[in-house]
Design a binder for this molecule. Structure first.
Ligand code: S3P
Length: 448
C-alpha cells in the first residue's frame, strides 16, 4: 500500500430543527457482531450463513480481508452472506496488504486471527486508523509466538505480522478494558494447544465469547474481582459452520433515540435493538436522566437479547456517570454528551481515557462539538463535564476528524438546537451506519 492514503472527497451536511420524529425503524446490524461473524465463519469448517450483516465500510473491509486470507464469501440476492471457512490455523498468505479502512475492530481482531496461522500478512488502514495504538494487541500476540516483521512508528500501522506455526497458550491480564484486545488474544488462542485465558478488570462486551460458543468452541467466563471477568478458551477446537442472525446495533440506534428525546413531541419505535447488558450503559444512563424509554417485546435472537424500544421526547436532567459503566457504553459518549447539553444541570462522565484512542481523540472532539455550539463544557483529567441549560444555541461547524460517531452526534444536536449545525464531512458515517441520512429523513428530520 502507498504511504499516501487517498481520503474521500468531503461531503458537508447540515441538520436543522424541524418537526418531531415519528415512526418505526430498525437500525442496521450490530457492527461488533458482524465483524466477529465473518472472522469466526472464516475460521470454521463448512458453510456458515449470516443474516442481517452490517454492510458498512468497516465490516466490508473485514469481509475482503477474510477473502484475501483464503475464505470464500458471497452475498446472495436474499442478502444472506454465505461463508466457507478454512478451519482454525488454515489461512493462506494474502497476495497484497489487508486494508481495514477506518476500522480498529476489524484490524485488531484479524491480527489475533492471523497470529495463530502460519502466514504472513501486512495490515493497513486509513489516516485515522494509522494513528491508533496497535502495540497493545501485538504484545500478547508476540508472547503467543507471532512475529512482528515490520511496524510503523510507535507500533502503528502498517504492520506486517508473521503468524505462529506453533502458537503457545497464555494467561493474559489485560491492562485496558478493551473487547478488541481480549478478542484478539482469544482468537489467537483458538490455534494454540491447551487453555488461553484473558483476565479483564472490567467486563467488556462479550460477543466473541458468545459467538465462539455458537461456533462450537469451549469457552468459559467467570467473574473476577468487583467488575472483571476471567475468560478461558480451549484451543484447537474444530469450529463448525453456524447460522448467525445479527441484531440491530444499540450504538447506532442511539442516534435516532437521542434525537427523539430532545426534539419536542417526538415518538419513535426502534425495532429489535440488541439489549446485551454489556452494551446498554447509555440506556441506563438516559433513564437516570429522566428519559422515557419503554422496553416492548423482549426476546432472544441468535443468542443475544433484543427488544423493541419506544422513545418519547423527555425533559432530561444532569447526572453523574460512573467510570465503571464506561465499557458498556464506550462508543456512546458523543451522543450522550449531546443529550446532556439539552438537560437541565451538570452531567459528569467519568473515566473516559479510552476515548482518546478511538477513531479520533473523541474526548477532545466531543468537547469541541459542544463548545462550537454554545455549550459550556470542561475536560478534567479523564472526565467530561457538560453544563446543560435546556436548549443550546447551535450554529456551529463541527470538525469530524474522520469519526463517524462525532458526525452523527453533531447532526443529532442540530435537529433540536436553536440554529443549524453543520459538519465538515458526512462520508465516514457509512463506516457504521449506511443509510443514516435516509433513515433520519424518513422520521421527518431536516438533513441537507
Ligand atoms: C469494539 C470494542 C470497543 C468499541 C468498538 C467496537 C468491539 O473498542 O469502541 O467500537 O467490537 O470489540 P475497545 O475494545 O478498544 O474498547
Amino acid at each position: 500500500m502507498n504511504d499516501t492514503v487517498s481520503a474521500p472527497v468531503p461531503t458537508p451536511l447540515t441538520a436543522r430543527c424541524g418537526g418531531p420524529l415519528r415512526g418505526r425503524v430498525r437500525a442496521p446490524g450490530d457492527k461488533s457482531i458482524s465483524h466477529r461473524a465473518l472472522i469466526l465463519a472464516a475460521m470454521a469448517v463448512g458453510e456458515s450463513t449470516v443474516t442481517g450483516l452490517l454492510e458498512g465500510d468497516d465490516v466490508l473491509h473485514t469481509a475482503a480481508a477474510m477473502r484475501a486470507l483464503g475464505a470464500a464469501l458471497t452475498r446472495g440476492e436474499d442478502l444472506i452472506w454465505r461463508i466457507h471457512g478454512v478451519g482454525v490455523g488454515g489461512f493462506t498468505n494474502p497476495a497484497s496488504p489487508l486494508d481495514f479502512g477506518n476500522s480498529g475492530t476489524g484490524c485488531r481482531l484479524a491480527l489475533g486471527a492471523v497470529a495463530g496461522s502460519p502466514v504472513t500478512a501486512t495490515f493497513d488502514g486509513d489516516a485515522s486508523l494509522r494513528k491508533r495504538p496497535m502495540r497493545r494487541v501485538l504484545d500478547p500476540l508476540e508472547r503467543m509466538g507471532a512475529r512482528v516483521v515490520a511496524e510503523g512508528e510507535g507500533g502503528r500501522l502498517p504492520i506486517t505480522l508473521q503468524g505462529a506455526a506453533d502458537p503457545m497458550p497464555i494467561v493474559y491480564e489485560s491492562p485496558v478494558p478493551s473487547a478488541q484486545l481480549k478478542s484478539a488474544v482469544l482468537l489467537a488462542g483458538l490455534a494454540a494447544p491447551g487453555e488461553t485465558t484473558v483476565i479483564e478488570s472490567a467486563a467488556s462486551r462479550d460477543h466473541t465469547e458468545r459467538m465462539m460458543k455458537h461456533f462450537g468452541a469451549r469457552i468459559t467466563s467467570k467473574p473476577q474481582g468487583a467488575h472483571g471477568r476471567r475468560i478461558t478458551v480451549q484451543g484447537q477446537p474444530e469450529l463448525v459452520a453456524a447460522k448467525v442472525v445479527v441484531p440491530a446495533d444499540p450504538s447506532s440506534a442511539a442516534f435516532p433515540l437521542v434525537a427523539a428525546l430532545i426534539v419536542p413531541e417526538s415518538e419513535l419505535i426502534l425495532e429489535a435493538v440488541m439489549t446485551n447488558p454489556l452494551r446498554t450503559g447509555l440506556y441506563a444512563t438516559l433513564r437516570e436522566m429522566g428519559a422515557n424509554i419503554e422496553t416492548l417485546a423482549k426476546r432472544d435472537d441468535g443468542g443475544e437479547e433484543v427488544a423493541d424500544l419506544r422513545v418519547r421526547f423527555s425533559a432530561l436532567k444532569g447526572v453523574e456517570v460512573p467510570a465503571e459503566r464506561a465499557p458498556s457504553m464506550i462508543d456512546e459518549y458523543p451522543v450522550l454528551a449531546v443529550a446532556a447539553a439539552f438537560a437541565e444541570g451538570t452531567t459528569r462522565m467519568k473515566g473516559l481515557q479510552e476515548l482518546r484512542v478511538k477513531e479520533s481523540d473523541r474526548l477532545e472532539a466531543t468537547a469541541d462539538l459542544l463548545r462550537v455550539n454554545g455549550v459550556a463544557v470542561e475536560i478534567e483529567g479523564d472526565d467530561l463535564i457538560v453544563h446543560g441549560k435546556g436548549r443550546p444555541a447551535g450554529g456551529g461547524e463541527v470538525t469530524t476528524h474522520m469519526d463517524h460517531r462525532i458526525a452523527m452526534a453533531a447532526l443529532v444536536m442540530g435537529l433540536a438546537s436553536e440554529h443549524p449545525v453543520r459538519i465538515d464531512d458526512s462520508a465516514f458515517i457509512a463506516t457504521s451506519f449506511p443509510g443514516f441520512v435516509e433513515l433520519m429523513r424518513s422520521l421527518g428530520t431536516d438533513l441537507a
